[in-house]
Design a protein around this ligand. Sequence first.
Ligand SMILES: Cc1ncc(COP(=O)(O)O)c(C=O)c1O
Length: 238
Amino acid sequence: MTDLPVGRASFDPPPDAAERLWQRVADIFRTEREQIAGRPVSGPVDLDGLQSALGSYDFARPADPEDVIDEVAALLRDNTVHTTHPRYFGLFNPSPTLMSVIGEALAAGFNPQLAAWSHAPAAAEIEAHLLRFLGRRLGYPPETVAGSFASGGAEANLTAVLLALTKTWPEYGAAGVRALAGRPVLYASAESHLAWLKIAHATGIGREAVRLVPTGPDLRGWRPRWRPTAPPATGRSW
Ligand SMILES: Cc1ncc(COP(=O)(O)O)c(C=O)c1O
């Protein structure tokens, strides 16, 4: 019988080498979890060292995959704020659970093409099921919940602003902001993420359309006679 290749990707190593690589990654994760509590949550960054380690990679020269795995793990270990650390309290970025890491590996391995339901019915239905569950937890009847995962807060809020603009002005989608009779403004807490400025820019309503509402001492609501402020002239990049 003809020897058929095991996988489709011609760059994949033979099965025994592949087994070793998986084992290496599993060992790294196990050691990380065992040792992370004894290390600092984050440390000073040696940018020169980091860049020179990366500079030593020459894409014209093959590298040993096990060495690459070890080197990348070491770079990430030394140059990351460790959300996996038990004393990391910025819980907006949660620590990944083991099953979430395994879930990412399954998604990467099967690489479902989510652009069309017919290409990835299982992944699309998993997404819809989870969204209905989250919607129910927020008080929405399941049959009213639809959507898709976003890459983060900026994409999620961009989607929300696009929906709000289109619902308020159905002509917005086809004719754009110039077709609107008035000028949309957007109110956000002064404590909110400045991604709102990028979102205002991207949707065409413009950064000056963002009104930042001051917060009170408890960081919610606003002072009795609040006055919305213009967005700060900030060089911050987020
Ligand atoms: C409300 C909000 N928008 C945007 C962001 C930016 O994150 P990302 O780049 O993942 O969208 C954050 C991150 O903390 C956020 O809290």
